[in-house]
Design a protein around this ligand. Structure first.
Ligand SMILES: *Cc1c(COP(=O)(O)O)cnc(C)c1O
Length: 427
């Protein structure tokens, strides 16, 4: 069912029970599914009939939730994965292999950077990293004949740079490749990348979509708009028969709407098994039911905190796209419903030690590696994720020693600001 308003789709999308069926999505806690004849089952294996046979590939609970996220993003097909990392990996490995090349924004999540630059490089896939603010000419220069996709984050974690999705999509399409966007920090409630030309969206659902710090997960959504059949030599996996699936040609059998996700399910999920458990998918759906309400509050709190910090004498600098004067302010206005998200980065005057003192005096905001949660949390990278680096090394990767990543939850802004003020008082 398609709803006119995203708020309604958050609550009711993905699953429509018939007469007498459960109102809430059922948790199908079963690894396996029963059939009357081997012939029936054979048809499933040949992808000739639709149905479930083994939860390592697909499960009905997961599919209800994937369908809801698909509706929220305005896509044609979607799948859940066990984590955001699995979603990033699948989104590229589904269309690229040894000898291929990807152009990726340099303003991306550290885990994604590591996956691309180290682990996927070991699989023979090369990445060129480009600044999201590079000129069209500089972006163009990064493409090679073997480039298979372009990748970026709507709001970069933790740099908080907003991606110019429309501009990136144009350049990707000019080079005959899809644009893949990690929409984790924006969520479909505040930005729908397909409306700006992106072709594939991925999520770490662990963040805002779950929102309650209970389940690690990911999602991949296809817009169905990228025409793989225009480039059969570039995307043979989608445009020529798959011998591991009895000669199925995904674009022929499933059309542009279903080819990409069907291939990722049939091949990658079959072989890697990065499936989300049905129980986790159920939790995820509870998060989705209030996503539209929570995002509004996260963003209100983010802006209130950013504005307050901007005027605080003990704060050296603030990074928040919803803040007038921010480097990403115009892009935030264009692409994000509320101009930013709940995450604010800032520097405490006095550097590393001052940031440490500030952090340990917070009472409401908790020190966590997590981000984008209902409860306010914060991280001092120089003292946690990047603690092995000295100040010079930190600067080199764009993280100043005084940087605090402050993820506003859905508490009252007044309380968050009082907590910040009391902790800054101790610096
Ligand atoms: C956390 C995160 C990921 C990785 O997701 P996991 O669910 O932790 O595997 C990917 N992208 C972004 C933007 C993230 O914040």
């Amino acid at each position: 069912m398609n709803f006119k308003n995203i708020d309604t789709a958050c609550v009711q999308g993905g699953y429509t029970p018939s007469n007498g069926e459960p109102r809430q999505i059922p948790i199908v806690q079963s690894t396996t599914f029963k059939y009357a004849t081997s012939e029936d089952m054979g048809k499933l294996f040949d992808l000739e009939a639709e149905g479930y046979f083994y939860t390592r590939l697909q499960n009905p609970t997961n599919d209800y939730v994937a369908k809801k996220i698909c509706e929220l993003e305005g896509g044609t097909a979607a799948m859940l994965t066990s984590s955001g990392q699995a979603a990033s990996f699948f989104s590229i490995f589904n269309i690229a292999g040894v000898g291929d090349h990807i152009v990726a924004s340099s303003a991306i999540y550290g885990g994604t950077y590591n996956l691309f630059a180290v682990t996927m490089k070991r699989m023979g896939i090369d990445f060129t990293f480009v600044s999201p603010t590079a000129s069209d000419e500089e972006l163009q220069a990064a493409f090679k004949p073997n480039t298979k996709a372009m990748f970026g984050e709507t709001i970069a974690n933790p740099a908080l740079v907003v991606l110019d999705i429309e501009r990136f999509a144009k350049i990707a399409h000019k080079n005959g490749v899809p644009l893949i966007v990690d929409n984790t920090f924006a969520t479909p409630v505040t930005c729908r990348p397909f409306e700006w030309g992106a072709d594939i969206v991925i999520h770490s659902t662990t963040k805002y979509i779950d929102g309650h710090g209970v389940s690690v997960g990911g999602c991949i959504v296809d817009s169905g708009k990228f025409d793989w059949t225009k480039y059969p030599d570039k995307y043979p996996g989608l445009c020529t028969p798959d011998e591991s699936y009895h000669g199925v040609t995904y674009t022929e059998r499933f059309g542009l709407a279903g080819a990409y996700i069907t291939k990722a399910t049939a091949q990658l999920m079959r072989d890697f098994g990065c499936i989300q458990s049905p129980q986790h998918a159920f939790y995820l759906n509870l998060g989705l039911e209030s996503l539209h309400l929570r995002m509004q509050r996260h963003c209100e709190n983010g802006l209130a905190v950013a504005k307050h910090l901007k005027n605080h004498p003990k704060v050296a600098w603030v990074r928040y796209s919803g803040l007038e004067g921010d480097e990403s302010f115009e892009l935030g206005k264009k692409y994000l419903k509320y101009g930013g998200c709940g995450v604010v980065s800032f520097g405490v005057k006095g550097g590393r030690t001052a940031a440490e003192t500030f952090m340990k005096n917070l009472k409401i905001a908790a020190i966590e590696t997590h981000v984008a949660d209902a409860r306010t949390c914060c991280l001092h990278p120089a003292n946690a994720t990047h603690r092995q680096m000295n100040d010079q090394e930190l600067e080199a990767c764009g993280i100043s020693p005084d940087l605090v990543r402050f993820s506003c939850g859905i508490e009252a802004a007044e309380d968050l600001i009082a907590d910040i003020d009391a902790a800054l008082e101790m610096v």
